[in-house]
Design a protein around this ligand. Structure first.
Ligand code: ARG
Length: 274
């Protein structure tokens, strides 16, 4: 599947909606562009196609395409952003998905932040709730996509999206940060796959879990290098990229990337999920 990315033309930290964001430590636009271009080049070198969204002025977090929605086959459940600062993204994302010929569903106004909080492990959708997505959105999303779900409660505000503390490299291999989850959810993750790698906070806070597996390569921020031994045993090699400018906004490699189906003819939109 091609990977949807959005150029960081209008990216910046101009509001604070998570504990990583500080308007007092602004983004260096040149460095952000270099980091983003390096990620794009990495995907290309690994043989993954990248498709681009048009960045919109005044929507600095549009660069985080993972938050556009959650994709399954030709369906997408569009995000409903928790914070008004990001709600302006909903329309361009709806238009983009419809233009690509996808079937666009939504949660009818219930907060839900797409692949930031909803990740597939095999055919099961693993959903995080507690900060950005409401628990009430999860059954609607499951019904809209026709999939089984696993619900996980997030409890550490630094790991406000599931993709900051959980990553399924394949159906049998998961990375996760135990302290980011309630005790019951933590146990649930430990039973989700044959190999569950527990990532210490010191590595996870460098956005190591915010990773994309492309074949046998785990692309992430530089902090992933701290997991290279465990990942080698799991059959993967790591590729760590500087992501510092995006980490200032609370994001890393996974947040900047959304696998989407190939474009198809025809366009549909607007069916409520419920
Ligand atoms: N500044 C963005 C926000 O707080 C970062 C989003 C990161 N995306 C992600 N998929 N974790 O909403």
């Amino acid at each position: 599947m091609p990977i949807l990315m959005c150029p960081p033309t209008h990216f910046g930290v101009v509001y604070e909606i998570n504990p990583w964001m500080h308007v007092a430590s602004p983004v260096d636009p040149r460095r952000a562009t270099d980091q983003w271009e390096a990620l794009r080049a990495t995907y290309r070198d690994l043989g993954a196609e990248v498709v681009l969204a048009d960045p919109v002025p005044g929507l600095p977090d549009m660069v985080f395409t993972a938050n556009a929605g959650v994709v399954w086959g030709d369906r997408v459940v569009l995000s409903r952003f928790r914070h008004p600062e990001r709600q302006g993204e909903e329309r361009p994302w709806r238009e983009l998905f419809a233009h690509r010929g996808m079937r666009v569903l939504d949660t009818g106004g219930i907060p839900f932040e797409g692949a930031g909080d909803a990740l597939f492990v095999g055919d099961s959708l693993v959903c995080g709730y507690g900060f950005r997505s409401d628990r009430a959105a999860i059954p609607l999303v499951a019904r809209a996509l026709g999939v089984d779900v696993v619900e996980l409660e997030l409890v550490d505000p630094r790991y406000y999206h599931l993709d900051t503390c959980f990553c399924a490299l394949d159906a049998g291999t998961i990375l996760f940060v135990p302290t980011a989850f309630s005790p019951a959810s933590r146990e649930r993750v430990r039973r989700l796959a044959g190999r569950v790698i527990e990532v210490p906070d010191g590595i996870a806070a460098g956005f190591a879990c915010n990773a994309m597996a492309i074949g046998d390569v785990v692309v992430s921020s530089e902090a992933i290098e701290g997991l290279s031994d465990e990942l080698r045993q799991a059959g993967y090699r790591v590729l760590g990229l500087p992501m510092g400018e995006f980490m200032k906004s609370g994001g890393g490699v996974r947040c900047l990337s959304l696998p989407v189906p190939e474009i198809t003819a025809g366009a549909r939109s607007g069916e409520p999920a419920g």
